[in-house]
Ligand binder design. Structure first.
Ligand code: FES
Length: 271
């Protein structure tokens, strides 16, 4: 259980892990996540399930090396096992009600929109994809996205691929061209999700964001993933991870997300 069957380098400091866990693979749905510990003393870290294979009993995670635990995970090899994993947690993404959907992914967030693109294509539903990154080296699975969308657009901050600018630059262009958009689903850095939500608010386009909060227990007990949504307290682990982007208090969420950064960096440097 929790044995790593395959590791693939996807982008600098980003690895794809195929992990054996038949119980989670049997029950999970796109949009749900797991919480794992790399070793006995490890912190509990949430990861979205990017893909799964019910027959093989495997799930796929994309892990960006950003802190102490993800650094420890990057040291593991094929054949090693993670100490423990719980899931599937959270609610599945519900986009079936919308006909014309634009999936927006920023950086590693592209890994979260991929199963949605795959699922919609499998069901014969329309979807366009906007992928954003600082530079082209940080983009991944572009061919897979092209095969699983009506259109895949790319934005890079430095212009090394696609439109020079942000995902909002491309989204604004699509809106200006009169493209019919019934819903935008966006996953990425909080500031990006906030900016997309601010843009779509002006045009009354329903927008769903996937909140990548700090999580501990994943069961609504610890309060680590607390958010304010539409003036109400919500917990990303049990009420989300997806919420109406027009109602999320991003200022508060970003403030809380930055809370552990210094401690995290100290742990990482200590090794
Ligand atoms: S992770 Fe503890 S309340 Fe959500």
């Amino acid at each position: 259980m929790n044995k790593i069957l395959n590791i693939k380098d996807i982008a600098p400091r980003v690895k794809e892990y195929v992990i054996e866990n038949p119980d989670i693979a049997r029950h999970c749905l796109p949009g749900q996540f797991i919480i794992l510990r790399v070793d006995e003393n490890g912190e509990r870290v949430p990861f979205t399930i990017c893909d799964f294979d019910r027959e093989k009993g495997t799930i796929t995670l994309l892990v960006q090396e950003v802190g102490y635990s993800t650094h420890k995970m990057a040291m593991l090899k094929v054949g090693d096992s993670l100490h423990d994993m719980v899931g599937p947690l959270g609610n599945a993404t519900e986009l079936d009600a919308y006909e014309n959907v634009v999936l927006v992914g920023g950086g590693i967030g592209c890994a979260v929109i991929y199963p949605q693109a795959k699922l919609r294509t499998k069901k014969g539903q329309k979807c366009d994809v906007i992928m954003g990154a600082r530079t082209k080296e940080l983009l991944f699975n572009i061919d897979e996205f092209r095969a699983n969308s009506d259109n895949t657009y790319i934005a890079t901050d430095d212009g090394s691929m696609g439109t020079k600018g942000f995902v909002t630059t491309v989204l604004q262009q699509l809106i200006d061209e009169g493209k019919k958009i019934d819903c935008v689903f966006v996953v990425g850095p909080m500031i990006m999700m906030r900016n997309v939500s601010e843009l779509t608010r002006k045009y009354n386009i329903p927008t769903i964001v996937s909140m990548n909060c700090v999580m501990v227990d994943g069961t609504g007990m610890c309060g680590g993933c607390r958010l304010t949504v539409g003036g109400e307290t919500k917990y990303a682990c049990v009420d989300g991870p997806e919420f109406d982007g027009h109602k999320v208090d991003f200022a508060e969420a970003m403030n809380r997300a930055g809370f552990y950064k210094e401690h995290e960096e100290k742990c990482r440097l200590r090794g």
